[in-house]
Design a protein around this ligand. Structure first.
Ligand code: NAD
Ligand code: IPM
Ligand code: MN
Length: 355
């Protein structure tokens, strides 16, 4: 039988509440579709940091390397500075395993409420393809002349030809699998004068290799406005690490809730494990109350199964989310309901289990 080894890292805050629901639905899918998941649980979190001075043990990455995929909740908690917790766990995983694609679907689901008047499911259905290993998120730079009048900080944006080309290529290839075959590039070449013109230059060259794919390019500021005013213009949107980060919270917000948004941190060459996690964070404002939305986690589980080759099971999970929302099933408060996290997770697992 097909068997997959999954490293499970709930992390902090609502990650501890969403991951069990993600696993519940994955388990239902495994039973129905005849494969099994061997789970390795890792409780690495900000608590680990407070106890040991590190977010994960020294051999943490080596342990994860053994797995077929990594299923993560969220990282970050008040009391540990975010740059310490995230650069101690989430970002090292993305980089060490060369997960250079951060794929983030944004879809208005049936029965979900968009804040945009008059918009329907057909209007909001696109992917943000975010560069996930370089760009604005670099470790080059620092604080100099600390405490003096001359004090300054700098952080270098790094765009390599290899890094830019591979994310652009992924976006064009993805567009080819979609009916509209359209790629939008996020730029800021009017204000950022070295890296963004370079990005545009590589984008134009890549576009020449895909004459069957139409393209558009917008500065990130007006692109944000277009997400709100014309979400129907978008099919595949490719951006640098920071621009992709911003667009992938805005996209789900126009589609109703950040709580349903999934993401895949992919190493397309499959040399290393890929990682699946919701777009949202640890939500300290609602953590511990079991009211958070587990759908982003559950949908991330579907993306994981698709990556593992279990396409039918992945489709069944996405269909279960659609059925639950369309048929007015239990929903959490961020979607206008009253249900608790586990109630939604159980309802989804039951739909998935139905053959
Ligand atoms: P957040 O996504 O955690 O929360 C933003 C808002 O959205 C909050 O009001 C929260 O209650 C709400 N929300 C988020 N997920 C929800 C869900 N599933 N259901 C219902 N409501 C939900 O973003 P933040 O407040 O900026 O960050 C909190 C912490 O999480 C910080 O430490 C941050 O660095 C970290 N973070 C981690 C990740 C990650 O692990 N990938 C992503 C984003 C933020
Ligand atoms: C995300 C998060 C992370 C990012 C943070 C927490 C470092 O916002 O996964 O979108 O910027 O990548
Ligand atoms: Mn983000």
């Amino acid at each position: 039988a097909r068997n997959y080894r999954i490293a499970v890292i709930p992390g902090d805050g609502i990650g501890k509440e969403t991951v069990p629901e993600g696993l519940r639905v994955l388990d239902a899918a495994a039973t129905r579709f005849g494969f099994s998941l061997k789970l390795d649980h890792y409780d690495w979190s900000c608590e680990t940091y407070q106890k040991t001075g590190a977010m994960m043990p020294p051999d943490g990455l080596d342990r994860l390397r053994e797995s077929d995929s990594i299923f993560l909740g969220a990282v970050g908690w008040p009391g540990v500075p975010d740059h310490v917790s995230l650069w101690g766990l989430l970002i090292p995983i993305r980089r060490s395993f060369d997960q250079y694609v951060n794929l983030r679907p944004c879809r208005l689901m049936p029965g979900a409420r968009t804040p945009l008047a008059g918009r329907t499911e057909a209007d909001i259905d696109f992917y943000v393809v975010r560069e996930n290993t370089e760009g604005e998120y670099s470790s080059s730079g620092g604080r100099h002349f600390e405490g003096t009048e001359r004090e300054f900080v700098s952080q270098l944006t790094v765009m390599t030809r290899h890094g830019v080309d591979r994310i652009l290529r992924y976006a064009f290839e993805l567009a080819r699998t979609r009916p509209r075959r359209h790629v939008t590039s996020a730029t800021k070449s009017n204000g950022i004068t070295f890296t963004m013109p370079y990005w545009d230059e590589r984008f134009a060259l890549m576009a020449q290799q895909y004459p069957d794919v139409s393209t558009a390019q917008y500065h990130i500021d007006i692109l944000c406005a277009h997400f709100v005013q014309h979400p129907d213009w978008f099919d595949v949107v490719v951006g640098s690490n920071l621009f992709g980060d911003i667009l992938s919270d805005l996209g789900p917000a126009v589609a109703g809730s950040i709580g349903i948004a999934p993401s895949a941190n992919i190493n397309p060459e499959r040399v290393h494990p890929s990682m699946f996690e919701p777009v949202h964070g640890s939500a300290p404002d609602i953590a511990g109350r079991h009211v958070c939305n587990p759908i982003g986690q559950v949908w991330s589980g579907a993306m994981m199964l698709e990556h593992l080759g279990e396409k039918a099971a992945a489709d069944a999970i996405v269909a279960a989310i659609e059925t639950l929302l369309r048929e007015g099933g239990p929903r959490t408060r961020d979607m206008g309901g009253q249900a608790g996290t586990a109630e939604v997770g159980r309802a989804l697992a039951e739909i998935v289990a139905r053959a």
